[in-house]
Design a protein around this ligand. Structure first.
Ligand code: SF4
Length: 362
């Protein structure tokens, strides 16, 4: 069990629900653009948003952004400890800063004390670029693994804060190499009890990023490692939030409304299943009542195997020749016309939701 830190009203670590994070990709000094993106991220399911505080203009914009943000914010600081102090002054909920980057010990002490007084945690975010040149050389020559080097470096950075009694620390050790990232987090898991922010950095554009992050973060989370996460994507930031929530949902770690499963199709398929599955997904997202219903919905390519293969689903459709079979809990209900199939499925889900609610109220 890791220690627990508080980011405003959101808990990280100690067995708390795993929060999803993302980071703005607009300049913080552009308050309107920053707030627009924060709201988009919140809508997409992001719990905590990070933004860069890279100069005086960004620090100046921060108080208003903090005041208007619907989610807690993290200030990302590099080198200049005064920007960390300005962010704390602005009411930031968490700092991301590497103590080793901000200069002498006195500056580290000032930041640690200011954060400590306000109950603001600090994430130490190590990546391959954070390593000392001599350590990097050892990694390059194969004498030391990148994962171990990053893990050790993160603990050394944490010590710089511990020296001043500061323990509200979150650690991250992200590389673009999945196996080394996993190795780094496993090292930290074995060697400290700080909560871990997990992620694969520079993971690429959508498809690559989803695969890399799914592989690395999936492995870690299934082994009980990871207290908060970000799925880094070169692309629209909202996709990061959706991917984070979905990963937690698929691993059974956090519900996130309906999960649509669909079969890969085969020679038995006689319907345009991809289109139907997409239509079901769209209809569920658009339905105010059903999008918050934690359930499994199946869209299957044939009536022979479909209902059986998807027996774990709450309800679903299986494609026949010129019709769909509506099924519920693996049992056939009735045939429906293709043009009414999605609506019939939604009606079935609404009925299931109401039955569930009635049972809970009893
Ligand atoms: S459910 Fe039917 S169509 Fe889909 S993969 Fe299985 S056998 Fe093929």
């Amino acid at each position: 069990m890791t220690r627990q830190v508080k980011v405003k009203d959101i808990l990280i670590g100690g067995g708390a629900v795993i929060p999803v994070q993302s980071m703005l990709n607009v300049p913080t000094s552009d308050k309107a653009a920053a707030l627009r993106q924060i709201k988009k991220l919140e809508k997409a399911g992001c719990d905590i948003v990070r933004l860069t505080v890279n100069d005086a203009a960004a620090a100046k914009a921060l108080p208003e952004i903090v005041a208007k943000s619907p989610v807690p914010l993290i200030a990302d600081i590099h080198f200049d400890y005064r920007l960390a102090l300005a962010s704390l002054e602005a009411g930031i909920a968490k700092l991301r800063i590497n103590p080793g980057n901000i200069g002498d010990s006195k500056r580290v002490m000032i930041v640690a004390e200011a954060a400590g007084e306000r109950g603001v945690p600090i994430r130490i975010g190590v990546n391959s670029g954070s390593l000392r040149e001599d350590v990097r050389e050892k990694v390059r020559s194969g004498k030391l693994s990148l994962g171990l080097a990053m893990g050790r470096h993160a603990l050394a950075e944490a010590k710089l804060l511990e020296k001043f009694g500061f323990r509200d620390i979150v650690l991250s050790v992200k590389a673009t190499n999945v196996a080394e990232t996993v190795r780094a987090y496993e090292f930290l898991h074995e060697n400290c009890d700080y909560p871990l922010h997990i992620g694969i950095t520079e993971a690429g554009t959508v498809e690559d990023a989803l695969l890399k992050s799914g592989a690395g973060l999936g492995h870690l989370l299934l082994n009980g490692i990871g207290d908060t996460l970000r799925i880094s994507i070169t692309g629209p930031v909202e996709k990061e939030a959706v991917a984070g929530r979905k990963l937690l949902q698929f691993l059974g770690l956090r519900p996130y409304g309906p999960e649509v499963v669909s079969c890969p199709t085969c020679g038995r398929t006689q319907v345009a299943l991809e289109k139907v599955a997409e239509k079901v997904g769209r209809a569920l997202r658009a339905d105010k009542e059903l999008r918050a219903f934690d359930c499994k919905v199946a869209v299957m390519g044939c009536v022979v195997n479909g209902p059986g293969e998807a027996s774990a689903a709450d309800a679903g459709l299986a494609g026949g020749k010129g019709y769909f079979l509506l099924f519920s809990k693996g049992k056939a209900q009735r045939r429906v016309d293709p043009e009414n199939a999605v609506e019939a499925l939604l009606a079935e889900l609404r009925a299931l939701k109401n039955t569930k609610k009635a049972k809970i109220n009893k």
